[in-house]
Design a protein around this ligand. Structure first.
Ligand SMILES: NC(=O)c1ccc[n+]([C@@H]2O[C@H](COP(=O)([O-])OP(=O)(O)OC[C@H]3O[C@@H](n4cnc5c(N)ncnc54)[C@H](OP(=O)(O)O)[C@@H]3O)[C@@H](O)[C@H]2O)c1
Length: 226
């Protein structure tokens, strides 16, 4: 049985990743900004719940105090809206970059001596890292920065393996499932969008495969090259 922490496991992709590991028989902890919500989702999944807010990095060490030894860490957390340069919300930009740059890094720092032999980490970026669009200024900046955080952590935390997963539009995720995705599928070489099951599978691969290290895995059906 592996010990798995999913920071951002209370919703969206993180919740389905957490569900996958619970169903596999692992000991899983999911987080939310709200302790109540973390406990609610944990009870539904058969996991443990933990409250953590990555916009307040100085609180992260205390929030993770009860976390024991880990085999796998997945960080999907995001607090972000579309934020173009015209107009530019400084408040939103600070939150978005604090979560993905400082927050992701601080979680890894706090946990660095709790990883068991063979442990691995997956950090979540996104297609916007390499495929900018109007309104993606901070999405592009923060998700490409996740690649930088991943590469330096792969060096600093070695032999712990660290990889980044960059999904395209995940059509059945809560963020997209109510929207018309015709334009997205039309410009995707595969003619379809990424599914949550494919994101879960790719996360499992990166966590499990002993040679997978310092990889930016793009899971977008090839959208980034067209
Ligand atoms: N969905 C997609 O199509 C897609 C595409 C490309 C990339 N991605 C990437 O995949 C990751 C997951 O996306 P998603 O669609 O699953 O997001 P989501 O449904 O919005 O879930 C976000 C998670 O982050 C948590 N969270 C929000 N603010 C937080 C904070 N300040 N501190 C700690 N946790 C916080 C939320 O918990 P609470 O709200 O309970 O606090 C929730 O568990 C993101 O990093 C995103 O960039 C997603």
């Amino acid at each position: 049985m592996s010990a798995v922490l999913v920071v951002g496991g209370s919703g969206g992709l993180g919740r389905e990743i957490a569900r996958h590991f619970v169903e596999r028989g692992d000991n899983v902890t999911v987080t939310s900004r709200s302790a109540e919500r973390a406990d609610e989702v944990a009870a539904e999944l058969g996991a443990q719940g933990l409250a953590i807010d990555l916009t307040a990095p100085e609180t992260i060490e205390k929030a993770l105090a009860e976390v024991g030894e880990l085999d796998h860490l997945v960080i999907t957390a995001i607090e972000q809206s579309g934020n173009t340069v015209k107009p530019f919300s400084i408040e939103d930009a600070i939150k978005a970059s604090t979560v993905k740059l400082v927050g992701y890094t601080e979680v890894a720092r706090v946990l660095h001596d709790r990883f068991r032999p063979g442990a691995s980490i997956v950090l979540f970026g996104g297609l916007g890292a390499v495929r900018p669009y109007p309104g993606s200024t901070m999405i592009t900046a923060t998700n490409s920065a996740v690649s930088g955080v991943m590469r330096t952590l792969a060096v600093e935390l070695a032999p712990v393996r660290v990889n980044a997963l960059h999904p395209g539009v995940v059509g059945d995720s809560p963020a997209w499932r109510e929207r018309d995705l015709a334009m997205v599928t039309a410009r995707t070489p595969t003619g379809r969008v990424t599914s949550t099951a494919e994101v879960v599978d790719a996360t499992d691969f990166l966590l499990r495969n002993g040679a997978a290290n310092a990889i930016d895995l793009h899971l977008d059906g090839g959208t980034r090259i067209v």
